[in-house]
Design a protein around this ligand. Structure first.
Ligand code: SF4
Length: 149
């Protein structure tokens, strides 16, 4: 718990730095491109009262038109290929893509079955890779802070 509090204080200090692109806040659109839902559980935890990422200026938004960041979980299935591209194309510039979790990075348990379009970087330009199966809420916070500079 003490380590987490120290991490959060460090993140708060980092957020006080100027961020030219995103002005110290990020609107995040999450797309499940083929996840087992393990990554989603961690995302839900990160948004809950214990970690409360909202206090650092991060908000999960329902529409890609309002988003700065597209956070993708899971290996991209063929069925989710087109919807994922549509979400990305609807986002305003500047936009960033986070590949979240080992499946999104292409090293997940599913491998490369014929029903899969591949890892996120085969479909979209990935700005940030967050490894883990699943990544922890602390890793989520660190990744988003890296994006705001
Ligand atoms: S990285 Fe792990 S938790 Fe996340 S979708 Fe893949 S198998 Fe599930």
């Amino acid at each position: 718990m003490l380590t987490l509090l120290k991490d959060l204080r460090r993140l708060r200090r980092q957020l006080d730095l100027p961020a030219p692109d995103h002005a110290r806040s990020l609107a995040v659109r999450h797309v499940d491109a083929g996840s087992c839902n393990g990554c989603e559980h961690e995302l839900t935890l990160a948004s809950g009262p214990h970690y409360d990422l909202a206090r650092f200026g991060f908000a999960v938004v329902a529409s890609p038109r309002h988003a700065d960041v597209l956070l993708v979980t899971g290996t991209v299935t063929t069925r989710m290929h087109a919807p994922l591209l549509a979400a990305y194309n609807a986002m305003p510039e500047p936009r960033r893509v986070v590949a979240f979790g080992d499946c999104a990075l292409g090293c997940g348990v599913l491998g490369l079955a014929s029903e899969l379009a591949g890892p996120v970087e085969d479909v979209l330009p990935v700005d940030l890779r967050v490894p883990g199966c699943p990544p922890t809420p602390a890793a989520i916070a660190a990744a988003l802070v890296e994006l705001v500079g």
